[in-house]
Design a protein around this ligand. Structure first.
Ligand SMILES: [Cu+2]
Length: 491
């Protein structure tokens, strides 16, 4: 057999005698039902073509001192001396070139989260890209798209490199320059956490995956109270932030990005209800009013806020232990209209009922489990990465992944290289599928996501709780006819 054709599982087996699981047998793939017409009624997510312009960036990654806005400082990872990294703002269709110069004493990569880049630009060692070694450079190149609130982060030693600085916002403006929901002003707020890394001898997972430091939410989901964490907004402790002055009558757009390693936020505004306009950067058909917003790791929501009263007001988290997460605003002036009643946030708010799922050409069933014992692995269908069975798809197919979370913690599942549609949630078909690249499943929740296999390559599909990802909750989406990657030590 040609070495290049050796599979990841075979390679691992040759390396370390690991158990070989399911080569060539994918028991959850269901073929088409014979004799049934198969209309693909879901919308096609457009692929973006180059508009002729090139946007060039140079990222110098190096260690450096970070001030958190109060007296605390730490030695972090900086991009062009900034923590977090600089915001990249481009237009949909731009060719984006980012040269990364790695001045660290360890390898790194960058992943362009939510951007449908070519596979070799996706930044996952062992799946799509070699790590950028110390002293080396790599130039990422991709066509910016789809438009919306995206972000970037390291995909090497993630639990260390991301919270310590290797992340930033990536905003892609619509190709036609027209926003579906115009705002008078906008601001990007990136939530992150810092603190686990202050003791290098401490296993990151010890603070979040065990029974201690947990509380049961009313919804039944387990969340970490995360003692000792420092919560940051745009890299600073919120108490150090000056209030942002908002004029009466303004429509303020907030691009909310959860860059935290494992923390979710349940956000409310002192001013009451607000509108959600985008999910993971993708515009909704109609803005949806809500009274609160739950944002899991790696998720993004764009909201539009109309300040309803004078004085100081906050965007704040209502999760116990996150009282410090308060983004201040102030307004001087008159009262504006605000939706008088609105439901609490849920993906199911988008369910119109009565919908039935369109047919998909390929169908995978994934059960998320594990994590029962402190330090134990997380699993997909009983296996931990890299022993999970890859999802092998054919270009052009409509693919459906059905997931159920049988574990005790929530899992924000992220697919690289594709936007997907949440087509059903907890058994109800959504009449308006949500276009996203992360779907968060709390304990016992289930969903289906559909996507068009239109980006050949090898793609990571994983929980974006970084500790869960590193403890096995991951698999790979592979295209038949696309060469498999080799496995290296960074897997
Ligand atoms: Cu998880």
């Amino acid at each position: 057999m040609d070495d290049k054709l050796i599979t990841r599982r075979e390679f691992l087996m040759a390396l370390g005698g690991l158990t070989l699981i399911g080569i060539g047998s994918y028991p959850f793939i269901r073929p088409f039902l014979p004799g049934v017409a198969a209309p693909l009624v879901l919308s096609q997510i457009p692929t973006v073509s180059w508009n002729g312009s090139v946007k060039t960036f140079v990222f110098n990654i190096a260690r450096g001192n970070v001030s958190l806005g109060d007296s605390r400082q730490f030695n972090g990872y900086l991009i062009n001396d900034q923590f977090p990294g600089p915001t990249i703002r481009v237009r949909e269709g731009d060719k984006v070139r980012i040269t990364v110069n790695n001045h660290l004493d360890q390898p790194t990569t960058l992943h362009w989260h939510g951007v449908n880049v070519p596979s070799p630009m996706d930044g996952v060692p062992g799946v799509s890209q070699d790590p950028i070694e110390p002293g080396q450079s790599f130039t990422y190149e991709f066509i910016a798209g789809p438009s919306g609130t995206r972000w970037y982060h390291s995909h090497v030693f993630e639990m260390d490199q991301i919270p310590n600085g290797l992340f930033g916002a990536l905003i892609i403006d619509p190709a036609n320059g027209r926003e579906p929901y115009p705002a008078t002003r906008e601001v990007t707020l990136m939530f992150s956490t810092w603190g686990y890394q202050s003791n290098p001898g401490l296993d990151y997972g010890m603070q979040t995956s065990g029974g201690m430091g947990q509380m049961m939410m009313g919804s039944g989901s387990m969340m970490s109270s995360s003692q000792g964490l420092i919560y940051l907004i745009n890299g600073a402790v919120p108490s150090s932030l000056q209030p942002m002055t908002v004029q009466p009558g303004e429509k303020l757009r907030l691009r909310l990005i959860n860059a935290s390693a494992s923390e979710s936020y349940w956000l409310t505004l002192d001013t009451g209800n607000f509108l959600i306009t985008h999910t993971d950067g993708n515009p909704l058909d109609n803005p949806v009013p809500v009274s609160d917003l739950y944002i899991a790791p790696a998720e993004r929501y764009d909201i539009v806020v109309t300040p309803p009263k004078s004085g100081k007001w906050f965007l704040r988290s209502k999760i116990n232990g996150q009282e410090s997460v308060q983004m201040p605003f102030s307004t001087n002036g008159s009262v504006n209209a605000v939706p008088s009643s609105a439901p609490s946030w849920s993906y199911s708010n988008f369910s119109g009922g009565m919908g039935s799922l369109p047919r998909a050409a390929q169908h995978f069933q994934l059960t998320l489990g594990g994590g029962m014992m402190m330090g134990s692995n997380w699993t997909i269908n009983g296996a931990s990465y890299p022993n999970t069975t890859p999802l092998r798809v054919k270009k052009g197919d409509r693919v459906r992944i059905e997931m159920q979370n049988m574990s005790m913690m929530e899992h924000p599942m992220h697919l690289h290289g594709h936007s997907f549609e949440i087509t059903s949630f907890n058994g109800r078909a959504l009449s308006r599928p949500l276009v996203k690249d992360v779907v968060n499943l709390r304990p016992r929740e289930r969903c289906t996501i559909d996507f068009l296999a239109n980006n050949s390559g090898n793609w990571f599909f994983h929980c974006h709780n970084l500790q869960h990802m590193r403890s096995g909750l991951a698999t790979v989406l592979e295209y038949v006819d696309y060469p498999l990657p080799y496995v290296d030590k960074w897997m």
